[in-house]
Design a protein around this ligand. Structure first.
Ligand code: ZN
Length: 515
């Protein structure tokens, strides 16, 4: 209360309209006070102290000299770079040493304080910035803005435990470079365009012919030697299994993965030659967006081939059996999932002790308990769309008319959007908007079909414009999320907390409010 009171009083002489003080952010460095406030123009950084000291401070902003000087600065990416230098805990770091991590993609750039409040209650580290190129295209953001938004939220919450930033689903060296230039601490390499899934179905004669044509003779010999006449045995607390490759299965795997192996090695060298060591950036491989599930044989083949090239990874995202559809629970046989998930875990544990990464991990509540129980080597869970849906839930609660417009728009774009995602949404199962009372609208966010409808159309909703080029929903959406930000953050705290609880992540002892 005192800090609030003092600040309100000392800002009285200055020509700003103070709406809110983010008290946890206030701190001192070298005689200056730094902290976040909200004015009529939005959220700002204040730097405040003796005139000369404020002038020498590196943040870009507008100065208001008085008996002391107040500087008001935008939360821009260039200012975020100054922030990371002055307050190193706001800079993304490698989370390799942390066994359980969660990616909380913040598409709108305003969800992170809620994510932080959720993870602080658990023994888990967050990857707070996590966006793919596809997401950035939909939301009109750059990697710089994504990392900057996360850094300001970390500062706002005074979160000093360390967080990661993930350039997600990157498909080229140029995309990797762009993400690294923005100070990400994690690269997720997407191999979907480098795989040859047809190799699994070639008839035998075609298989042999393609193998001869495509695979360099020396490479073929080395690879076959790595796999043939061997039994790979795995054993853990929850069971054991073994894998053998015959010539045919080895050849199929070689044809399936050979371009992916080359590209992974190239990306690996590109990243780590830049830093000279492996400790700065976490390296994840994703094969989740493929037309076929990743079998334990595929996984083992790939990791052995990569190790042979000297490539070390920190996480692998297989495509699991069953379905990981957006924003709804796991679909499939849980006993099969459990068995195969554990096989992936044991392979990862024996071949570099990397994490198994779960993509499209939002809302997989029935699969979380086995994941948490079995993940011996470590686990990374990626969520993103679910935080967007919590934003829509807030809209449904506080602005029913905006929600209704968005819902209708989403329905009109569903046909187009559903071509980009694999979903089994049935629009007929969604309750009719006209039959729902305003206070019933938030229940649409608890129904699978409407969840998927609102999830896969997020880009359409954000980019919709009227005839004069004005956004139909985006500006209103941001305005409401800012007006009701504490509500949005408590929705997220509860919802991400529910994910971590279901995974069985250990809870931190509650911190005392007196320290
Ligand atoms: Zn993915």
């Amino acid at each position: 209360m005192t800090a609030h009171h003092d600040l309100f009083q000392s800002l009285e002489g200055f020509p700003i309209e103070l709406q809110k003080i983010y008290q946890k952010s206030f701190t001192s460095r070298k005689g200056l006070t730094y902290g976040l406030i909200r004015t009529a123009e939005g959220k700002k950084l204040v730097v405040w102290g003796e005139n000369d000291a404020v002038l020498a401070d590196p943040f870009q902003g507008k100065c208001y000299p008085h008996t002391s000087t107040l500087k008001i600065c935008d939360l821009s990416p260039p200012n975020a770079i100054c922030l990371m230098e002055l307050f190193p805990y706001t800079k993304p770091v490698s989370l390799r040493e942390h066994k359980i991590t969660i990616g909380t993609g913040d598409r709108l750039g305003v969800a992170t304080p809620g994510h932080i409040r959720a993870v602080q209650k658990f023994g888990v580290r967050p990857v707070l910035a996590q966006q793919s190129v596809r997401e950035n295209t939909q939301t009109g953001r750059s990697f710089e803005e994504v990392v900057s938004d996360a850094a300001w939220a970390v500062f706002q919450e005074n979160y000093q435990d360390g967080y990661g930033a993930d350039g997600d689903h990157l498909k080229s060296l140029q995309e990797i470079k762009n993400a690294l230039d923005a100070a990400v601490s994690m690269i997720t390499l997407d191999l979907s365009e480098k795989l040859n899934p047809e190799a699994s179905d070639y008839p035998k004669d075609q298989l042999d012919r393609r193998f001869k044509e495509e695979i360099d003779k020396g490479d073929a010999e080395v690879l076959l030697h790595l796999f043939l006449d061997k039994e790979f045995r795995f054993k853990g607390r929850h069971g054991e299994f073994s894998i053998r490759f015959d010539e045919e299965s080895a050849k199929r795997n070689i044809l399936l993965f050979h371009k992916a192996i080359d590209f992974t090695e190239e990306a690996y060298q590109f990243i780590f030659s830049r830093f000279g060591n492996r400790h700065v950036v976490d390296f994840e491989i994703s094969v989740d967006e493929t037309p076929f599930p990743t079998t334990p044989e595929n996984h083992l083949f790939f990791i052995i081939a990569l190790s042979h090239r000297g490539v070390k990874i920190d996480a692998l995202a297989p495509r699991f059996i069953g379905e990981f559809q957006k924003a709804i629970d796991y679909l499939g046989n849980l006993a099969d999932f459990r068995r195969q998930f554990y096989q992936h875990v044991l392979i990862a544990k024996d071949y570099g002790n990397y994490k198994i990464s779960i993509h499209s991990g939002s809302d997989k509540f029935s699969a979380f308990p086995p994941m948490g129980e079995l993940a011996e080597g470590g686990l990374h869970l990626k969520t993103a769309g679910t935080s967007w849906l919590e934003a829509v839930r807030l809209i449904a609660s506080v602005s029913p008319s905006l929600y209704r417009e968005m819902h209708r728009w989403a329905l009109s774009k569903f046909g187009e959007a559903s071509k980009l995602y694999h979903v089994t949404t049935d629009l007929n199962r969604i309750p009719k908007l006209e039959e729902l009372q305003d206070q019933e609208l938030p229940t649409l966010l608890d129904q699978d079909d409407s969840r998927q409808l609102l999830h896969i159309t997020y880009g359409y909703l954000l980019n919709a414009k009227d005839g004069r080029g004005k956004y139909l929903f985006k500006d209103k959406l941001y305005q409401i999320l800012s007006q009701y930000e504490e509500d949005y953050w408590s929705f997220l705290e509860r919802h991400i907390g529910k994910h971590l609880n279901s995974l069985g992540v250990e809870k931190n002892p509650p911190s005392s409010p007196f320290f």
